[in-house]
Structures are given as structure tokens and as C-alpha cells.
Design a protein around this ligand. Structure first.
Ligand code: SF4
Length: 348
């Protein structure tokens, strides 16, 4: 199989030009066609010679994301189920906010982390995506927005998969997204979310970027977290918190904790108080996410009043906290639900 052109950084393309007896500035032109003009084939790259275009055709391919389905929510959220070259399917979501368009990308086909409230993990991990396959999700979204002169203004890596288990490809993706000659997305407008893969958290703290880090914490203690997230047995709560303190000390940046509220499981007032005690004095923000019902699990939504009570307790303890505005609730927008449905319909 020919390599994906999106898997090549600008430096890689420069090296390739050199090896192929082409001037290295051609790499910059090619990069511009890919990420600024966003064409989908080499033939359209009119300022490259015919011979060079032919060489590119012979040696590379574009990532083809075939749209299997698209669901559009009343609130403007669009959720895509894309087919990959090897027949796997992945989800990508475009969310419309009044401050811009945000895209949620997937980093793995499936996931092996096993969070009990998540549909993405139901079939296990199939494979890692390459950096280029992650990039393609943003390019496709941007091409769609080009029609109305809009931009992808922020990116969240919160789709299916654990980005820190696909660390190198995720970092390649991130570097390409912030590249000033490419899509040039502001670092502070990008968030990578992990279930707490401790060694990668230490690595990420050394990357010297302004990219935001979010941790899916979902419980205020080790015991409950292990029940909800089997990964906690590999990387216990205390180790995750220590890695968070290290990240804050090294980067001076605030960390976000994602806390999925699951009815009757982790949403009681004592859980809120325990969480407040753990996070007291830390440079952090808590994002409360009332879970969508996952049909394959027995989880139910937290009653509205209890969501507000949880929020109040954290606030009273001077923890910065928000309740995530739900988007795409009417289109199975929770991570993995669309793919799970697709797998059911193709397998069974
Ligand atoms: S929530 Fe994220 S890390 Fe957990 S199983 Fe789902 S995709 Fe994997």
C-alpha cells in the first residue's frame, strides 16, 4: 500500500524532494496545496511540474474517508461515520458553538481502555490510526466548512480511542495542526483528553506546547475509579494525580478534569465533596458531563437537580467547574454510539 501523503510532515516532504532531485521549496508548495488550498488530488497542484505530480501519484495516496452516514442535530452538531481503506469505521463530530466550530477527532479504531460508560470500547481495539488518518478528519471537516467560509477553530481529541496509547501519531497530528504553514490552529484551542496513561502524561509535560490537557477522572477515589475505568488498575488514582501535579508544575498550565456523572454511581453529594477535597488548591477546572444513556449498559442519567447540587458543592469549595452543554443529544453523539450501531448492523 502506498503511504498516505498526510503522514508526511513538512520536513519529511523536504527530505523526499531532495531524494527525488527536486528543489526543497517544492515541499512548501505541496504543503500549501494540502492544508491551505486543501485539494484532494495531485493533478490539481498546478504550480508543480507534470513530472513531479506524476511521481507523487506513483508514490503516495490521499487518505480516503468515505462517508457512511451523517447525522445532523437540531443544534447544528454533525456527526460523521467514515469508512477507512480497510473497511473499519470511525466517528468524527463537528460541533457548532457561537464562538466557532469545534471538531472532535478519533485516534484509534475502537479502544481497549474499557470505560464502563462508553460504547467505543465494546468491540475492543482494532488498530491505531496514523497521524495522517487523524489529520484527514480535520481536513474533511474544513473542506465542508469552506463552502460557507467558516473555519475549524478548535479541536478536541475526545473521540474514540485513547490518544496517549497512540502517542507518537497523536503528537504528529498535533504538530501538523498547529503548523503555521498548514491549518495553523491556535494551540490553546486544542485539547487532548486521556484516561490517565501515566507515562505519556509525563512525556506530554515535556513537549513544550500550549495545547490543553484533559484527564477523564470520573471518580473521586481509587476504588470507585477502578470500577468505572479498568485502566485505573494499571495506573492508580494517586499516580494519575501525581502526574497531574507534575504537568502543572512543569508547564504552569491549568488541567481539566472530565467527570461523567452517572446516575446513582458517582454523582452523589459525598462524591462531589470528596472530589473537592482531592482537587483543593490545584490549578484545575472540572467539566461535569451528564452521561448519555448507553443502551448496552444499565447506566441512567443523573437527575437535573443533582447535577446542579454536584456543581454547587464544587463551587462552594472554590473549584472552577462547568456543566458541559449537551450537543447532538438527539443523534447518538456520545462517543462510539454510531459506530456500535453500524457494527451491529453489519455484523448481525
Ligand atoms: S471513554 Fe475514551 S478511553 Fe474510555 S473506553 Fe471510551 S474511548 Fe476509550
Amino acid at each position: 500500500m502506498k503511504p498516505f501523503i498526510y503522514d508526511y510532515t513538512l520536513e519529511d516532504l523536504q527530505a523526499w524532494m531532495k531524494e527525488n532531485d527536486e528543489p526543497t521549496f517544492r515541499a512548501g508548495q505541496l504543503f500549501e496545496w494540502l492544508y491551505v488550498k486543501r485539494v484532494n488530488n495531485f493533478e490539481d497542484m498546478s504550480n508543480l511540474s507534470k513530472a513531479l505530480r506524476q511521481k507523487l501519484v506513483d508514490q503516495f495516496q490521499f487518505v480516503t474517508l468515505t462517508e457512511i452516514t451523517r447525522f445532523e442535530s437540531k443544534d447544528g452538531t454533525i456527526k460523521f461515520l467514515f469508512g477507512l481503506h480497510d473497511n473499519h469505521a470511525i466517528e468524527t463530530v463537528i460541533m457548532r458553538h457561537n464562538y466557532g466550530n469545534s471538531i472532535c477527532v478519533t485516534t484509534q479504531v475502537g479502544c481497549r481502555i474499557g470505560c464502563t460508560f462508553c460504547a467505543s470500547t465494546l468491540g475492543g481495539l482494532k488498530r491505531n490510526l496514523t497521524g495522517g488518518e487523524i489529520i484527514a478528519q480535520v481536513v474533511v471537516a474544513q473542506q465542508m466548512l469552506d463552502a460557507t467560509n467558516e473555519r475549524v477553530s478548535s479541536i478536541v481529541i475526545m473521540g474514540s480511542g485513547e490518544p496517549f496509547e497512540n502517542y507518537d501519531e497523536t503528537m504528529k497530528f498535533l504538530r501538523m495542526m498547529i503548523h503555521e504553514k498548514g491549518l495553523n490552529i491556535g494551540q490553546r484551542h486544542i485539547t487532548v483528553s486521556t484516561s490517565g496513561i501515566v507515562p505519556s502524561m509525563y512525556k506530554f509535560a515535556e513537549e513544550n506546547t500550549q495545547i490543553n490537557l484533559a484527564i477523564s477522572i470520573h471518580a473521586p477515589n481509587d476504588k470507585l475509579r477502578s470500577k468505572l475505568m479498568p485502566v485505573n488498575r494499571r495506573f492508580p488514582f494517586e499516580d494519575v494525580m501525581e502526574a497531574c501535579h507534575n504537568y502543572i508544575a512543569k508547564t504552569g498550565r491549568r488541567i481539566t478534569f472530565e467527570y461523567a456523572l452517572i446516575g446513582g454511581v458517582n454523582d452523589q453529594s459525598e462524591h462531589a465533596q470528596e472530589l473537592a477535597d482531592v482537587l483543593k488548591g490545584m490549578l484545575c477546572h472540572v467539566n461535569l458531563i451528564p452521561v448519555n444513556h448507553v443502551p448496552e449498559r444499565d447506566y441512567v442519567r443523573t437527575p437535573r437537580e443533582q447535577i446542579f447540587e454536584f456543581h454547587r458543592i464544587l463551587e462552594r469549595n472554590k473549584i472552577s467547574v462547568t456543566i458541559r452543554r449537551e450537543q447532538g443529544h438527539d443523534i447518538a453523539a456520545a462517543c462510539g454510539q454510531l459506530r456500535a450501531k453500524h457494527m451491529e448492523s453489519t455484523v448481525g
